[in-house]
Design a protein around this ligand. Structure first.
Ligand code: AMP
Length: 444
């Protein structure tokens, strides 16, 4: 299979040759002909599968071959993405694919001044990449009209809902022409996503390129158990021992990111952090420097978990496990991309056992555990497995009180010290559900 046999036009083929793409990935093989044929699409595809080219290439071809010239303040194709970083990244890919086509492309997102964006939109843009909030602001200020819109792409739709954009999506939906092509991409398919798809898509073709909710199998994953307060020390120890060169680290909170970065910098380690409280320019700079290998350790909240494509990232460390189990898949998806192998290490303390259990249930695997010498936890992390059960070692049975104070017949229990005694049965204490993935606050 080649890109030419998928029906792509010569200017796109030339751009792909420049980029060194030789063979289409499975999502591209399925999506490109369907989009060219005008179908709506509902695609289950993780980041790293080449999904951006899967929708962007046929979209650009349709824009180049069909439809009127774009009018002032209008847009012909719209790609909605959950985060500013992803908007930049998707736009950069689109720009490269459109290199040889006479099409205008642009990206708009919040956290930066709106005025230059309004100026740029005056002439109209063929393809716009946008985050939902800023797009609505621009629409409400009459900087944007949707009457020429032919195609809508919802990229990382599940993440947009997780970040609380469902109201914005509803308002955008109301403003769009009813006759249009819609493509929905999501790593996971919750009921909320299926409802969204039901509203927005018309007789969609469903494609699935990797099993639902399963992490990329090119990533070697394991857990190191440790006490919470010793995590920073363990991180530095593992880093030195493993001679880590470029690591993306995920922490749960903004404070957690800042504290770890401060600790690492205090030790002379080249580290930086990104989270939702930092200005957009600072976030982008840190990311660019990390991509250019000018920063060795980038510590992030889940704002960086989705969609970011960092070439050859060898290692992801979960300093804290995510609250939402699906985020684990997105975090570790930053490594092992496009067929490369990667490693994902999670530092897990006893408090996080329910999160660990939910992740194992979601990814249908029991993660291998290790303990690091001198860092063995005082608070043991209870056993977990892919069935979603947390297994606690049973307490020693209390000696039953008898009126005489003597020993009752203990039935199957055997006096301690008897080496032939059977192991006490291990009882699952509770079933742990996958964590709620309902609306969350905007800035993680
Ligand atoms: P995505 O899943 O869209 O974020 O893409 C992941 C990475 O794979 C990006 O760096 C793309 O540039 C790259 N890529 C996408 N399609 C191909 C292809 N057919 N051949 C080689 N690399 C590709």
């Amino acid at each position: 299979m080649t890109f030419a046999t998928l029906g792509l036009i010569e200017p796109l083929l030339r751009a792909l040759e420049t980029l060194g793409y030789q063979t289409p990935t499975p999502v591209q093989t399925q999506a490109i002909p369907a989009v060219l044929a005008g179908r709506d699409l509902m695609a289950a595809a993780q980041t790293g599968t080449g999904k951006t080219a899967g929708f962007a290439l046929p979209l650009l071809q349709l824009l180049a071959m069909e439809g009127p010239k774009v009018s002032a303040n209008s847009v012909r194709a719209l790609i909605l993405v959950p985060t500013r970083e992803l908007a930049e990244q998707v736009h950069e890919s689109v720009r490269q694919y459109a290199e040889n086509l006479p099409l205008s492309t642009y990206a708009v997102y919040g956290g930066v001044s709106i005025n230059p964006q309004m100026m740029k939109l005056r002439k109209g843009v063929d393809l716009l990449v946008a985050t939902p909030g800023r797009l609505l602001d621009l629409f409400r200020q009459n900087a944007l009209k949707f009457n020429q819109l032919q195609t809508l792409v919802l990229d990382e739709a599940d993440r947009m809902l997780d970040l609380g954009f469902s109201e914005e999506l509803g308002n955008i939906y109301k403003a769009l022409p009813k006759k249009r092509q819609t493509l929905l991409f999501s790593a996971t398919f919750s009921d909320a996503i299926r409802t969204l798809a039901g509203q927005m898509l018309n007789d969609p073709l469903s494609i699935e390129v990797s099993p639902r909710n399963v992490a990329a199998n090119t990533v070697k994953q394991w857990v190191v158990t440790v006490d919470k307060k010793r995590k920073p020390e363990l991180f530095v120890h593992l880093m030195r021992k493993g001679k880590w060169t470029q690591v993306l680290v995920f922490a749960k909170t903004r404070n957690g990111v800042d504290a770890l970065v401060e600790k690492l910098q205090g030790l002379g380690i080249n580290a930086d952090g990104i989270h939702g409280d930092k200005p957009q320019a600072t976030r982008q700079r840190a990311l660019d420097r990390f991509k250019a290998s000018e920063v060795q350790i980038l510590v992030a909240t889940d704002v960086a978990a989705r969609g970011l494509d960092i070439e050859d990232l060898p290692l992801v460390v979960n300093f804290d496990l995510p609250i939402v189990a699906e985020d684990y898949i997105h975090r570790i998806g930053r490594t092992g991309r496009a067929g490369a192998t990667g490693q994902a290490i999670s530092l897990v303390c006893a408090d996080e056992v329910n999160q660990l259990s939910a992740i194992e249930m979601l990814t249908r695997q029991t993660l291998t555990r290790q303990m690091e010498q001198d860092f063995e936890p005082e608070h043991r992390v209870p056993d977990t497995d892919a069935s979603g059960q947390v297994v606690k070692k049973p307490k020693k049975p209390k000696k039953p009180k008898t009126s005489s104070g003597g020993k009752r017949n203990l039935g199957k229990w055997v006096e301690s010290g008897d080496a032939s005694a059977p192991e006490p049965s291990i009882k699952p204490v509770r079933k742990v559900p996958v964590f709620n993935t309902g609306p969350r606050k905007r800035k993680p």
